[in-house]
Design a protein around this ligand. Structure first.
Ligand code: SF4
Length: 221
């Protein structure tokens, strides 16, 4: 490959990685909504070991962002409240304050709207996405959530009502993740079918998830 072509490709890759690597660059007392709604041990390792995201993960994030931007840019005026940047809430325990930060795709009346892109929509809303929309309801002070999948086959939606118990548990998880990052000690595993796709499900890093993945656990999803 010609040197000039190499430089062009490297520049494009760098631009993509820069755009999507904010997750791994946050300080330990800032926790992203997307980190809390999944296994926090997975989020812990992603912060520690992924100095930059792998390109596959970056591509998925970028594709989602671009599609969101296109939808939002073409949305008729007045449908959604516009707001630049992220929002945060502060949660606190005896060890200190932690900021839980994120950005909802759309805020419309009582609704937080979260857009997802996928070839096909699932039959049931994954727990991770239920958690995300609950935390966005808390960040933006809304009572209803709508997760809308944009797929090849059209739009499919799932509705979520605000659940204070679930929100309290997610805040607790944010505190645990922040503590784990400050102490450099992995938090408890949250074993489930998602371990099959987790980059950290190895015997050394997460034996519980690894055992589940190879079928040694009774907890099958
Ligand atoms: S393997 Fe499972 S339990 Fe372990 S870090 Fe990954 S998602 Fe969490």
């Amino acid at each position: 490959m010609a040197e000039e072509v190499k430089r062009i490709l490297a520049a494009i890759e760098k631009a993509i990685m820069l755009e999507v690597s904010e997750l791994t660059r946050a300080p330990p007392n800032t926790i992203w909504v997307t980190e809390v709604s999944r296994c926090i041990r997975q989020s812990f390792y992603s912060r520690i070991y992924l100095k930059s995201l792998d390109f596959g993960a970056a591509y998925t994030i970028l594709r989602g962002r671009l599609l969101h931007e296109v939808v939002l840019r073409n949305m008729p005026l007045g449908v959604t409240e516009t707001e630049e940047g992220t929002r945060s809430i502060v949660v606190e325990d005896e060890a200190g304050k932690v900021e839980v930060r994120g950005r909802a795709d759309m805020v419309v009346g009582d609704y937080i709207v979260d857009l997802k892109t996928s070839e096909r929509a699932p039959d049931k809303l994954p727990e991770e996405y239920r958690g995300q929309v609950q935390l966005y309801m808390e960040l933006y002070g809304r009572s209803k959530g709508l997760v809308v999948y944009i797929t090849r086959e059209g739009l499919k939606y799932f509705q979520e009502n605000r659940d204070e118990g679930r929100i309290a548990k997610l805040k607790e998880k944010a505190l645990k993740l922040s503590r784990a990052l400050r102490e450099n000690k992995p938090p408890e595993p949250e074993v489930g079918f998602w371990c099959r796709w987790c980059s950290w499900s190895t015997q050394e890093l997460c034996p519980e998830g690894y055992n589940y993945k190879i079928g040694k656990s009774s907890e099958r999803g």
